[in-house]
Design a protein around this ligand. Sequence first.
Ligand code: GCU
Length: 623
Amino acid sequence: MKLSRRHLLGSVALFGTAIPFQLAAQPSSSVEKDIISNNSGALHVLEGRERLSLDGAWHYILDPFDVAGRKPKARRNFWENTIETPATGLIEYEWNSSPRMMLPAAWNDAEERLDYYEGPVYFRRLFTAPIEAEKRHFLHFEAVNYAATVWLDGNLVGRHEGGFTPFSIEVTDCIRSGTAHSLVVRADSRHGPKTLPGLDFDWKNCGGITRSVSLLSVPRNFIRSSFISLRNSQIEAAIEVDGDAGTSVKLNCPALGLTLSGSAGEDGKITLSAPAPDNLKLWSPDDPHLYNFTITCGNETAIEQIGFRVVEVRGREVLLNGKSIFLRGIAMHEEAFGAKGERAVSEAEARALLAEAKALGCNFVRLAHYPHAAHTARLADEMGLMLWAEIPVYWEEIDYSDKGTLALARGMMAELVRRDSNRASVVMWSVANETPQTPVRTRFLRTVIADVRRFDPTRLVTAALNKNVDVGGVRDGESIITVQDELAADLDVVAINQYEGWYGKRDPREIKQVSFRNGYDKPLMFSEFGAGAPYGNHGPREERWTEEYQAWLYEETLKIIAETPDCVGLSPWLLKDFRSPRRWHGRFQELWNRKGLTSPEGRRKKAWFVLRDYYRNIAVPKG
Ligand code: GCU
């Protein structure tokens, strides 16, 4: 069955595509121009929206050589779900006798034998849904790593590329009430220079349907997205209706005595605004105040929880609600506490990670290096933590000159920004981590930054830079290090990753010889620093890999950070040890990056207390 225009609009094939089929044709220039507001992308999974969960047991078939993808043949077209009969001839698979996996999960965590498997896996489940004819129905995926291809009853209905952002596929035309439908999803976790991340990255590549799957049912005219924010003392709601022009929309917030209503324009867009009431309570880490809003469109009423805050830059300061703030941060990967460090993180597991950051005294968390689950930002709204959210444009093994890869980055950023635009906790969008300083890279990222600025002027834009240049010091052995990366000109906050005392020749004793200078009239923050130490490995502080060495490095680094002019914050690397296939040291790493302040299970290392005490005691005049 040929994909109809409606399918394409439903799915995000526009901005991404998958293995085995060649990269979809690139979007035409007009669409390219405004990629975020044109990204119909994923529906919002809102409280009050009709949702049938498709999580649970799915059968799966491995195809390590990608035979079915490269050489489709009736006897191995897993997506066709064919049952062998004399008429079909040999069928080389049988779903009902194939192994099962409880989803969502990373297959690496769910099956020991798939611990380091990279390649295509096909998943299938049957489902029957009570379908109301007058409604529209979307298959919604919170995340599939890396490239997803989706079939319903043997028909291709959509594709998506990108392992950490949601996508929705409209299946209104092909779904029947009370009928058992066969849903097959191919997830291919392979990476290359044209994927994001690219060929090399320092975390475990966990493949599969790693976040929830559901069937969303919405009225013919429905709210595809809403962006409610405080701008220039106005409460503004940018709403997008998918449906007929003139569709009425109503926003209501009883706590504020606020009701806004209007109807959608030709393009489905509508902006409602009203002066912010005098008694508006602003959201901040110390007082994470949230307001309940109901959004009504047709006969659907959904609920959103909104915190109002203003985050901005003034010279070399970051202001939150007009007051200068210091970002007491920590970086973290999306890996649950536990001996296995599993990827698919439940709400409870995300809460445990954020609670550990709070216990450290943090008011800020860098979510590295890819979009974490949607519930993490909702929890941060509630718990009072500001967030740095990032897309996996990471390191140098990416083809920055490739148009398709650029479209992918723009699509991923669009999906992330649209998913979390209503999260007060998200204060910074990061477009990259430690990327090569080349003109083609800079052009690539400037395009993504322009998209973000056009769509969301309410947040700061940053990137983690590591092109640190030692301009020498006054005395022998001294170093004055500045960041010299042309991309900094495009950022609101200059963030640097530096590993003095770990990578490079210096040990912690010599860190005091280093000072950092901010060459830009912008706020500067330290987005990474750290040292590796397995929990419980003790010894003289001069000995690398000991907790004492890690703690010492923190003590010395925090001293020079405190002396760095215009430093607005830090997010040391990182909260918890995490799995990585490029950590080979047999005694100290065993495929774990040991720079965590806690062990995989959450046991606190010495350096944890150094940072906690620093955050407790920093007499920060600001915020
Ligand atoms: C880099 C990188 C991290 C990595 C860390 C490390 O700076 O951004 O992803 O894990 O260094 O080397 O431990």
